[in-house]
Design a protein around this ligand. Structure first.
Ligand code: ASP
Length: 416
C-alpha cells in the first residue's frame, strides 16, 4: 500500500474512533487508552524527529551555504540564486502571515484545559510575554558559544545555532578557497551526517501511520468535531497562500524579469509539478527538474544544475509559507498573542527554516516544532495539524519545486 494511502486511512480511522469515543472520554478505560497507549506512540514518533534536529539543521545549512557560495565561475550565479531565494521566500512567508492574520483560522478553537481563564493558558501567555525586545532578539541572534546554542537548541536557541551554521558555511568557502583538501573533509562529513539524519527521518516516517492514528485519535477524543471544522480554514489558508505564490508571484517574476510567458512555463513543467505533488519530495523530483530545465525550458546546463541542486534543499518557498501559517495558526489556537516583533521573528525564522528544511516528505515538521518553541507555543501543537500534513506537504512541495525552476529561469536568462 502507498504511504499516503496508509496515512489517509490512519487519519480517517483515528479521527473516527476519537469522535466515536469523545462523548465517553472521561471513562477510566478510555482515559487509560488515550494516556498510556496512544500518547506514548505519538510521543515516540515526535521524539524520533526531534533527536535529529540539531545535526540535521547544522549540516544542511553548512552544505547549503557552501554550495551557494562556492563554485568558481559560478560566483555570479550563486549570488543571484541567493538573492532570488531570499526574495521569493520572503514574499511567500509574508503572503502566509497576511492570510493567517486576515482569515484567523485558529481563533475560536477552544482547547479543553486551555480555556480563557485556565492556569495552563496563563503559563503559556506568560511565556509569550517574556518575549524579548526587538534589539535584544537581534543581539541574541548571534550566539556567544555555538555548543551552548546547540545544547539549548530545542529550548529556543535554534535560530542562533542557524546563524552560526550559516556563518560557518561562509567561512568555509573563504578558508578553503586556496586549499581544496579542507573543503572535502568538512563537506563530506556534513553530507554523511545529513544522510544519516535523513535515514532516521525516513525510519520515523514509516511509523507515521501509527503516529498519525494515535495523535489524531488523541486530538479528536479531546476536542471533538470542532478540530476538523477549524482545520478546514487552516487548510484553506495554506492552499490559498500556496496558490498565490505559485500562480501570481511566480508569474509576475517570470513575466517581469525573465520576459517569459507564465502559461508556457507552467505547461512546460507540468510533469515536474505532478511528480512533486505525488512524491511530496523536492529531492526525489530533482532528476525530473534537471531534465525539464534543459529540454523543455532550454536553460543553460551549468547554471540550472547549480540552482536546481542547491534549491532542492535550500529554496523551499512553499514550506516557508506553510511554516509561517502553521506557527501563527497554532498561536491563535493556544491564545498566544504574538507582538509585532514576535511575528517578524516568525517571518525571519520561517525564511531560514525554508533554507534548512530537507527536501523529503515531512522534512519541515522538526523545524516547525522549533519555531513553536521559539515563540512560546507548546511543540505538541504540531499534533493538531499532523493529520492533514500529508496533503499540505504534496501542495507545498509542488510550490517548492516550481520555485526552484523559476529561479533557474531567472538566473539562466541571457543578458541582452
Ligand atoms: N516535503 C517538502 C519537500 O520535499 C519539505 C517539507 O515541507 O516538508 O520539498
Amino acid at each position: 500500500m502507498k504511504a499516503h494511502t496508509k496515512l489517509l486511512i490512519a487519519l480517517i480511522s483515528g479521527a473516527g474512533l476519537g469522535l466515536l469515543l469523545h462523548p465517553i472520554a472521561d471513562q477510566d478505560w478510555v482515559y487509560a487508552l488515550s494516556t498510556h497507549v496512544f500518547s506514548p506512540v505519538g510521543q515516540i514518533f515526535l521524539r524520533l524527529i526531534f533527536m535529529v534536529v540539531v545535526p540535521m539543521v547544522v549540516s544542511a545549512l553548512i552544505m547549503g551555504v557552501y554550495e551557494l557560495g562556492e563554485g568558481q565561475g559560478l560566483g555570479k550565479v550563486a549570488s543571484k540564486t541567493f538573492f532570488y531565494t531570499a526574495v521569493t521566500s520572503l514574499a511567500s512567508v509574508l503572503i502566509g502571515v497576511t492570510l493567517v492574520n486576515v482569515l484567523k483560522p485558529g481563533v475560536g478553537m477552544v482547547l479543553p484545559g486551555l480555556s480563557a481563564d485556565s492556569a495552563p493558558l496563563d503559563k503559556i501567555k506568560n511565556n509569550a510575554a517574556l518575549g524579548k525586545s526587538f534589539s535584544a532578539t537581534l543581539v541574541d541572534l548571534v550566539p556567544k558559544n555555538p555548543l551552548e546554542a546547540a545544547v539549548k537548541a530545542l529550548d529556543g536557541e535554534m535560530v542562533s545555532l542557524m546563524v552560526f551554521a550559516l556563518l560557518f558555511g561562509v567561512g568555509l568557502v573563504f578558508a578553503s578557497a586556496h586549499d581544496k583538501r579542507k573543503e572535502s573533509i568538512v563537506i563530506a562529513a556534513c553530507t554523511e551526517v545529513f544522510n544519516a539524519c535523513m535515514k532516521i527521518v525516513e525510519f520515523a516516517m514509516k511509523l507515521a501511520p501509527f503516529a498519525v492514528f494515535a495523535l489524531v485519535f488523541n486530538s479528536t477524543i479531546k476536542f471533538g468535531y470542532q478540530l476538523f471544522s477549524s482545520l478546514l480554514f487552516y487548510v484553506l489558508a495554506v492552499v490559498i497562500g500556496l496558490a498565490i505564490q505559485q500562480f501570481v508571484v511566480y508569474s509576475l517574476m517570470l513575466k517581469g524579469i525573465a520576459k517569459r510567458s507564465p502559461l508556457q512555463f507552467f505547461l512546460s513543467i507540468k510533469d515536474v509539478m505532478l511528480y512533486a505533488f505525488a512524491t511530496a519530495s523536492s529531492n526525489a523530483t530533482l532528476p525530473k527538474s534537471l531534465a525539464v530545465a534543459e529540454k523543455e525550458l532550454g536553460l543553460p546546463r551549468a547554471s540550472s544544475r547549480f540552482v536546481l541542486t542547491v534549491g532542492s534543499t535550500a529554496n523551499q518557498n512553499g514550506t516557508a509559507l506553510f511554516e509561517g501559517i502553521t506557527v501563527l495558526f497554532l498561536a491563535q489556537v493556544y491564545h498566544v498573542d504574538l507582538s509585532l516583533a514576535q511575528q517578524m521573528q516568525v517571518v525571519l525564522l520561517s525564511v531560514m527554516a525554508g533554507i534548512g528544511t530537507a527536501g523529503v516528505p515531512g522534512g519541515s515538521l522538526p523545524l516547525i516544532m522549533i519555531l513553536l518553541q521559539q515563540v512560546g507555543i507548546p511543540a505538541e501543537g504540531i499534533g493538531i495539524v499532523l493529520g492533514v500534513d500529508r496533503f499540505l506537504d504534496m501542495c507545498r512541495t509542488t510550490v517548492n519545486v516550481t520555485g526552484d525552476l523559476v529561479i533557474a529561469t531567472l538566473v539562466g536568462k541571457k543578458n541582452p
